[in-house]
Design a protein around this ligand. Sequence first.
Ligand SMILES: *[C@@H]1O[C@H](CO)[C@@H](O)[C@H](O)[C@H]1NC(C)=O
Ligand SMILES: *[C@@H]1O[C@H](CO)[C@@H](O)[C@H](O)[C@H]1NC(C)=O
Ligand SMILES: *[C@@H]1O[C@H](CO)[C@@H](O)[C@H](O)[C@H]1NC(C)=O
Length: 378
Amino acid sequence: MKHIELLLLSSAVLLCSAAPAVELVTCSEDSGAAAAHLAMHHINERHDHGYKFRLSETQDIKVVTVDGDCDVELQLKLQETKCHVVNPKPFEDCEIREEHERAVMANCTVMITVKSGDAKVTKYECDTRQAKTNVEMVRICPDCPSLIPLNSPEAMRSVDETVKIFNQNTSNQHYYILQEAGRVLSGYMMRAGMVYYPEVVLVETHCPMGSRILPEACKPLCPDRAHHAVCSSSYSAKEGLGSVECEFYPPSNVTALSPGEREPVCRPPYHVGPPLPPGHEGPPPHAGHGPPPPIGHGPPPHAGHGPPPHAGHGPPPHAGHGPPHVGGRRPPPGQGRPPFTPPPSHHCYSLNLLQSDPALHPICPWPHPELHPRPKHT
Ligand SMILES: *[C@@H]1O[C@H](CO)[C@@H](O)[C@H](O)[C@H]1NC(C)=O
Ligand SMILES: *[C@@H]1O[C@H](CO)[C@@H](O)[C@H](O)[C@H]1NC(C)=O
Ligand SMILES: *[C@@H]1O[C@H](CO)[C@@H](O)[C@H](O)[C@H]1NC(C)=O
């Protein structure tokens, strides 16, 4: 009897210790669940484009012990969720995409170091791909739509149309601009021909709804102070744009500005890659310093990758760099004008990702594999 009670007690303790965040990653092999949990938080925190991911399974765990400390290598299989990264919902609560919606998975290798009882993720690299290839899908579901490259003219057209219609909704306080195209499905319909189903991520700008400024010329509010919207629609050449359905997310910072305080400016709007050194949030890291950007840094050299590079896509970069402000003032030439601003969203700026699927947002490797050392600022 005593023994049973003890067993019950210890399983209760186990249940409690399975609660997230308090679980410790140790050097023992049964620390796998805790290690995977730590890895998932780390990966989702750094994933600043596309959709959140959830753990599907831990495929392998290797622990190499050195003097009581250890290195843990995890092989994880992840599944893409339906929550875009602008959605504040914790990734654990997000739904996984089903096969017919063209599921996306990632195969990740994650390194964790445990030193004096303290566990830290030191590195990860993922291979992100569609769970089933188009050929496999045709066999399973010939009528299911497929994901098309985000920079294809059809995808960009359907996305642009969605943004345009969105900005005609006068219940919005401000204009919104495109943050990124999340995904675009396409399929054939008897009556309409090819139909495109874009999922579009929009960010609120400074420009009041109804102002004469072209929405594309508007600058996004800082990410923590902007509303975001994720909208789905359908588009066909024959029938035009279908209804636009949106989910809105409130800003995380709702602190009112004190009288006379101006809305803060965030530059660059959506930074991808390693954090910039303090005081250098303005121009991109290579602006005016050191050698020209290496290949693979900045816009990819050839089509077929990344978000649509054309004007009007993505939040406009710095003042004076985007389209001229209608009725506004241009900054004087040569002032606050970096020579080059990389497109704000999504490539991983890494050579090994040039083969990645242009129809989806991959998980970028971390730390960012630097192609040349960052110049030192004194
Ligand atoms: C994931 O990658 C590892 C290492 O590259 C490989 O051994 C494993 O088979 C891969 N798993 C899947 C599901 O692709
Ligand atoms: C217009 O925007 C509001 C939120 O500002 C939203 O609730 C509403 O559904 C939108 N209407 C249309 C037709 O998109
Ligand atoms: C919220 O935004 C205001 C205005 O930019 C800023 O002063 C404040 O520090 C922000 N609060 C947080 C918690 O980031």
